[in-house]
Design a protein around this ligand. Structure first.
Ligand code: R5P
Length: 317
């Protein structure tokens, strides 16, 4: 047995499969709680376990339906605080609203900061999350944030494939750091796409800086939302003579036309993690593979509970 009765892990309704897998890793039961709806649509929550003086974690991705899952997380945090939990960690494998993180034009909100504020106000003492859109979003919180990365599991998977003649592609300039780390892991070359975002769902891959002709390509991103970014990049890369094209991303949001685009794109495999559960529709796209972050999250929870280093987890990459 890893841990004692002092640790409690609860699950929001966004990703119960991931919470169960985390609890399995830790050899703990999922904390008892009843989440229900009042007739008018409001959420109700009742904890079935005693949490007084306990170290409590609530696992909830703020994926679709985003506002519903966010509100549920806040209600959980409030409930745990009022039930006298000793410490509360919001485990947010996928942190939604993260992409609106600055005022890049007048009269727009900064939703990432807003969500950081309300998660803290609702009662979180700590946050444990994975690949927020930008690492500096940690600074939006005035409580400790452990920021894990899906690279741990994704790079293990691609290392085992032993891809030869490899170019790692960043589908935009924002991802260069991540792509260059991948290139470092696998000893591949690096290429970068110059991307122009036409609208929230339309993207044009304009040019490639780097060599892809006759090469196998691994393209990495933090998130696939409408898949405009990775699919336009894949089309350009294929046109320029790439051999196999693999895509990896931590969060498979798969919104809008994503599945249609991915099934038509010249891509051999799309690998994401289970920070967001795969919909039935997405599981029908034959070349989408899902890797689990459960062991990584479980290990981070164990270390947080024992006040051990979480960052040393990354030495494994
Ligand atoms: C952009 O900065 C991100 O890293 C992703 O490339 C982007 O959010 C993906 O969105 P979509 O799949 O809708 O193009």
């Amino acid at each position: 047995m890893f841990l004692n009765d002092n640790l409690k892990i609860f699950s929001g309704s966004s990703n119960p499969g991931l919470t169960s897998a985390v609890c399995k890793y830790l050899r703990l039961p999922v904390g008892g709680a009843k989440i229900q709806k009042f007739p008018d649509g409001e959420n109700s929550l009742k904890l079935e376990d005693d949490v007084r003086g306990r170290d409590c974690f609530v696992v909830q991705s703020t994926c679709r339906p985003v506002d519903q899952h966010l509100m549920e997380l806040l209600i959980y945090l409030d409930c745990l605080r009022r039930a006298s939990a000793q410490r509360i960690t919001a485990v947010i494998p996928y942190f939604g609203y993260a992409r609106q993180d600055r005022k890049d034009e007048g009269r727009v909100p900064i939703t990432a900061k807003l969500v950081a504020n309300i998660v803290t106000a609702a009662g979180a003492d700590r946050v444990l999350t994975i690949d927020m859109h930008a690492a500096q979003l940690q600074g939006f919180f005035d409580i400790p944030v452990d920021h894990l990365t899906g690279e741990l599991v994704l790079s293990d998977y691609f290392r085992a494939k032993r891809l030869s003649n490899l170019t790692v592609v960043s589908p935009d300039v924002g991802n260069i750091k991540m792509a260059s780390r991948y290139a470092g892991h696998f000893g591949g070359d690096l290429a970068i796409i110059h991307k122009k975002r036409v609208s929230g769902s339309e993207v044009e891959a304009k040019e490639i800086i780097g060599e892809v002709e006759g090469r196998n390509v691994l393209m990495c991103d933090d998130i696939i939302a409408t898949a405009g970014t990775v699919c336009s990049a894949a089309n350009l890369i294929k046109d320029r003579g790439a051999k196999k094209i693999y895509i990896c991303a931590t969060h498979g949001v798969f919104a809008g036309q994503a599945l249609e685009r991915l099934s038509q794109a010249p891509v051999d495999e799309i690998v994401v993690t289970d920070t967001i559960p795969l919909t039935e529709e997405a599981s029908k796209v034959g070349n989408i593979k899902v890797l689990s972050v459960a062991a990584m999250l479980g290990e981070a929870i164990k270390r947080t509970h024992r006040n051990e280093s979480v960052s040393s987890l990354f030495n494994a990459i």
